[in-house]
Design a protein around this ligand. Structure first.
Ligand code: ATP
Ligand code: MG
Length: 577
């Protein structure tokens, strides 16, 4: 690409309305531009990287004998009602009516349509296994679109679906996809972890997330010092901390705690550690209030809470509801005398002489014990914390943060049951088809790479992921010797199969160097005064040194370095970790 007459721009200033490193860099470097909240234009540089990621995805899917197709994005709402998922998606589904007032949605994920398509082929056990995939735009009206391409409302997903006769065969198909996902993450140069996760609205028997490690990732990954655990915090079981000895139960006392509505305020006021308190949080669970108790220094895990009730929706209750069930201002809820169901994290069952809100503004109870209130249920309802005991081996828990780039689901027969996807077995009996589903967000993958590969000068792409591998910076475009050598260099690189930028703009050299660093071109070839001796200056992005080479040497060098940077992996056939 010759820059002079091409669509290319960079911005000097940080983007004001971007809240992540990757989105700021991608916007500044002219890869993307925000169109509306959570919706982006993919400009030529961005689209080039996207296409490369898509190529890797296609290659890996094709290696598993998965066949590509394309489903519509505009889907009759009925089929999500039939599968039982319409209500679960709620407002996160974009829905619309056509001129005949028929209801449609814009597809957020396509299990239902793929099950419909599979029905066309499946009659008997002989018709499986097979698998299908697509690269298509998904729509989700996310409540909080943020971090640029990481959480958008419109995004391209590579989604694949497998169809099998029974669990054993489904496991084999799952494993093929799982290994393909490992290949994908490695070919994208991502530092990643595979973690056990919630099956969420997808449902099914197993969910594993492919998380790109990033300090700013939205997901908390739970790891163990003995390396035998890798779980999303959403589903990681907790071991309750038990006291070393039983205390004598003291007498329940009401204490005046003026203006101490938060745990920090009340621990300060009563000079007791947070571990001596029990927080009571009022939740709205499918429209009804429930008080949830956890130790003062713990957090309620809403995924576990939702599972505990098998609920569609779980959210903190609004102030009016809290005031109604407690009869007090927000901040003084407790289990004694509250007007709603009360459940507790099981750790609370081991606590004695603790402090709770008194359901009376500015008051708490001290020396509370289990006999002082009615508990309607208990379970593992909290988030695990760093330093806690590993539920598997007793090791010590630590956290990492990740960006979920891919997710694999062993769905079982959930959708085939709902959508009547059945086959005749060897004994002529009708059986449900076993399904799996597998997704990668293409733009989110691009953002995750940028989050992991950047420096103070801009994006530092792994060489083969950059939109262009080499940039020729022509110092004096009006100098005939220089421009002729730059042209020869350009041809030589192209002949070697290297995607190249020829920066022939009339601008200062420093300005051009900065731009090439910002957009992240791995190899820079400067054509300046030494052109008179038929020499160019070769430099790797981020290196302090450069070398003078001939055109042929420079082209060969770029080819050699680029080849060395491409990851070759083949996890096919490996057992599940
Ligand atoms: P999250 O938990 O981050 O909301 P999800 O678990 O709902 O994502 P899946 O349904 O598993 O997402 O979708 C498969 C993949 O699609 C994800 O792993 C991710 O790469 C991508 N993806 C999902 N939601 C978004 C989004 N809002 N913006 C960009 N990519 C997304
Ligand atoms: Mg997911």
């Amino acid at each position: 690409m010759r820059l002079k007459n091409s669509y290319f721009y960079t911005l000097k200033e940080n983007a004001k309305d971007e809240d992540s490193v990757s989105s700021n860099l991608l916007v500044r470097a002219g890869y993307i531009k925000k169109s509306s909240a959570g919706v982006y234009m993919m400009l030529p540089l961005g689209w080039k990287v996207m296409k490369h990621i898509e190529e890797i995805l296609r290659e890996e899917m094709d290696r598993t004998d998965c066949q590509e197709l394309l489903m519509p994005a505009l889907i009759p709402e009925d089929i999500y009602v039939a599968s039982g998922r319409r209500a679960g998606f709620g407002d996160s589904m974009f829905s619309l009516k056509d001129r005949k007032k028929q209801s449609y949605v814009l597809g957020p994920t396509h299990e239902e349509l793929f099950a419909q398509a599979a029905k066309m082929k499946i009659k008997s056990y002989k018709d499986m296994p097979f698998s299908l995939y697509q690269l298509e735009t998904k729509f989700r009206d996310e409540p909080r679109p943020r971090f640029g391409l990481i959480r958008t409302r419109e995004f391209i997903m590579k989604d694949a679906y497998t169809f099998d006769v029974d669990e054993k065969s489904c496991d084999a198909s799952y494993l093929k996809q799982y290994n393909a996902y490992k290949n994908i993450m490695e070919r994208l140069h991502l530092n990643y972890r595979i973690v056990k996760a919630d099956t969420g609205i997808m449902g099914g028997l197993l969910s594993e997330e492919f998380q790109a490690i990033s300090p700013r990732g939205e997901d908390t990954i739970v790891l163990c010092s003995n390396n035998d655990l890798s779980s999303n915090i959403e589903v990681c079981p907790c071991v309750p901390e038990k006291p070393d000895h039983r205390e004598e139960e003291k007498e329940l006392t009401l204490v005046h705690t003026p203006n101490s509505g938060t745990i920090e305020e009340v621990t300060d006021f009563l000079h007791e550690p947070a571990k001596k308190f029990v927080k009571t949080l009022i939740y709205n669970i499918d429209g009804r209030p429930v008080a949830v108790m956890v130790r003062g220094d713990r957090e309620v895990n809403e995924t576990k809470l939702q599972k505990f009730y098998g609920a569609q929706s779980v959210e903190l209750a609004d102030a009016a509801t809290v005031e109604e069930v407690t009869g007090a201002k927000v901040g003084f809820a407790g289990p004694i005398g509250i007007k709603c169901e009360v459940i507790a994290d099981e750790e609370v069952l081991y606590m004695q002489n603790f402090v709770v809100g008194a359901n009376k503004t500015d008051y708490h109870y001290q020396n509370v014990n289990l006999k002082d209130f009615k508990l309607d249920g208990h379970g593992d309802l909290r988030n695990i914390m760093e330093g806690d005991t590993c539920p598997k081996c007793g090791g010590k828990i630590s956290f990492a943060h990740g960006i979920e780039v891919g997710n694999t689901f062993k769905l079982g027969t959930k959708y085939s049951k709902a959508m009547n996807l059945q086959y005749l077995d060897q004994n002529n009996q009708l059986q449900d088809v076993w399904m799996g589903s597998y997704g990668v967000g293409v733009a989110r993958a691009m953002a995750a790479i940028v989050e992991q590969y950047n420096d103070e000068n801009g994006i530092a792409w792994p060489a083969d992921m950059a939109p262009y591998q080499a940039a020729i910076v022509l110092i004096a475009p009006k100098d005939e010797t220089q421009s002729a050598l730059a042209e020869t260099m350009y041809q030589a690189l192209q002949k070697n199969g290297i995607d190249t930028i020829l920066d022939d703009r009339d601008a200062r050299p420093g300005f051009k160097f900065k731009d090439m660093d910002l957009i992240g071109i791995p190899y820079r070839i400067t054509v300046g005064k030494k052109a008179a001796d038929d020499l160019v200056e070769f430099k790797v992005r981020g290196s302090d040194t450069s070398e003078d080479l001939t055109v042929e040497q420079a082209a060969a060098k770029v080819r050699e370095l680029l080849d060395a940077s491409i990851v070759h992996v083949d996890h096919q056939g490996e057992p599940h970790d």
